[in-house]
Design a protein around this ligand. Structure first.
Ligand code: AMP
Ligand code: MG
Length: 403
């Protein structure tokens, strides 16, 4: 089977996965989802003119020439806290004590911060600095004007977006639905808990893939641990295709005698078996069964993670409406020689990235075999080590960051 380049494989997958339908969700559930319509505010933000400082609301004209040595004395006629509507206007020669966020009283056009004033008895204040109209006043609509488009369709909602949307009373928002991802482990050697019998290892992929999917914003459906039995795997997948938007399986996709996932997926047809020109994670099964993308990820834990990162994660994001589905990449300097053999593949070495002498430096986190997951846990990203007889220390190296 010919090796297919990484980019070509990823592009084909992104083109094949469906976009999920639009639903309306409460704002609190919208983080990580993508807006499906423009959001227009009916209200201005802030809704009224208010003070940015604790101080005294004044008529700027009254403070002309004021300084510490020659302060202007104004009569204090009221005290305004945030949340209170002003009742008394500020007349000539008058001021109102005012707290941050309180509405500007009629007549006042500036606020002198409290640090530039000195109280003069109960009823007066000495203004020690001249104010200009508009000083420390936040205008209505200064952040967002009524009728303004707040966010466009396609915006990924983050915590700050939630704050902005709350400020314009958008309690529910139209978004592309959160992808529901089923995760299945396969292998007779796998156990979850308890003592290990002869030849047994623990299932680390399913907890990891569940965590990876959840971190990508997916809702996870645990499909459990299937024995190496084609009928069991087929039945589990039947059920999964009925209730999931996407399915991740681990193990059973290489060319071993007991690779029943491959056999089971073949029964559903429309599966592509690819040998991707990467190491680790060369084998990949991908297909769309009854509208549900399925990723047959390799069983070796590092391969499983790398395959998820390169193919499944971008696909899940694309399904949720993301325009930018890939991890960010930076160019780092190789912290040491990245020796490797020439094999026609991009090697995805697990690296730690530090900021050293004004640039990123990438160093391997440990052994690079595809079963050594601990070195992956220590990594900040994957270095895309090009084919050829090695990258020397100091050479530029593209790193896909896990951020
Ligand atoms: P397979 O692709 O099923 O032949 O598995 C390749 C390697 O990955 C074997 O050493 C398996 O024991 C191991 N493996 C498969 N599934 C898992 C899993 N869920 N957790 C940890 N290791 C696994
Ligand atoms: Mg297996």
């Amino acid at each position: 089977m010919p090796l297919v380049p990484l980019e070509e494989t990823r592009d084909a997958i992104l083109a094949a996965v469906p976009r999920l339908p639009v639903v309306t969700v409460p704002l609190a559930d919208a983080v990580g989802l993508v807006l499906a319509a423009d959001i227009v505010t009916a209200e201005p933000v802030p809704p009224f003119a208010n003070t940015a400082m604790d101080g005294y609301a004044v008529r700027a004209a009254d403070t002309t020439g004021a300084s510490t040595g020659a302060p202007v004395r104004l009569a204090v006629v009221d005290d305004l806290a945030a949340g209170r509507a002003p009742e008394i206007p500020v007349g000539s020669g008058e001021a109102i004590r005012i707290m941050t966020g309180a509405p500007m009283p009629v007549g006042a056009d500036a606020v002198v911060m409290v640090e530039r004033t000195a109280r003069d008895g109960d009823d007066a204040v000495l203004i020690q600095a001249a104010a200009t109209a508009g000083d420390n006043v936040r205008l209505p609509g200064g952040d967002l004007e009524a009728g303004q488009t707040v966010f466009r369709a396609g915006t990924v909602i983050g915590p700050a977006h939630v704050g902005v949307l709350a400020s314009v009373d958008a309690a529910e928002v139209p978004v592309h639905r959160r992808v529901r991802v089923g995760v299945l482990s396969t292998g007779d050697e796998l156990v979850e808990r308890g003592p290990l019998g002869a030849g047994q290892i623990r299932d680390s992929n399913r907890p990891m893939l569940r965590a990876l999917a959840a971190a990508a914003g997916a809702e996870v459906v645990d499909l459990g641990l299937a024995r190496d039995d084609e009928a069991v795997i087929v039945a589990t997948l039947e059920d999964a295709f009925a209730r999931c938007d996407a399915v991740l399986t681990s193990g059973g996709v290489s060319v071993g005698e007991y690779d029943y996932v491959k056999a089971a997926l073949d029964r559903f047809g429309v599966l592509e078996w690819r040998q991707v020109a990467i190491k680790p994670a060369k084998p990949l099964a991908f297909g769309v069964v009854r509208g549900v993308p399925v990723f047959g990820l390799p069983g070796n834990p590092v391969s499983s993670l790398v395959s998820f990162e390169l193919f499944a994660r971008p696909a899940l994001l694309a399904m949720m409406g993301y325009a930018e589905c890939r991890r960010p990449e930076v160019v780092a300097r190789a912290g040491h020689a990245f020796t490797r053999r020439t094999d026609g593949k991009v090697h995805l070495d697990r690296v730690r990235v530090t900021w050293t002498d004004g640039g990123y430096v990438a160093e391997r986190t440990g052994r690079q075999e595809s079963n050594v997951l601990s070195a992956t846990a220590a990594a900040d990203g994957l270095a895309l080590v090009p084919d050829g007889d090695g990258t020397a220390e100091g050479d530029p190296l593209t790193v896909m960051l896990f951020v």
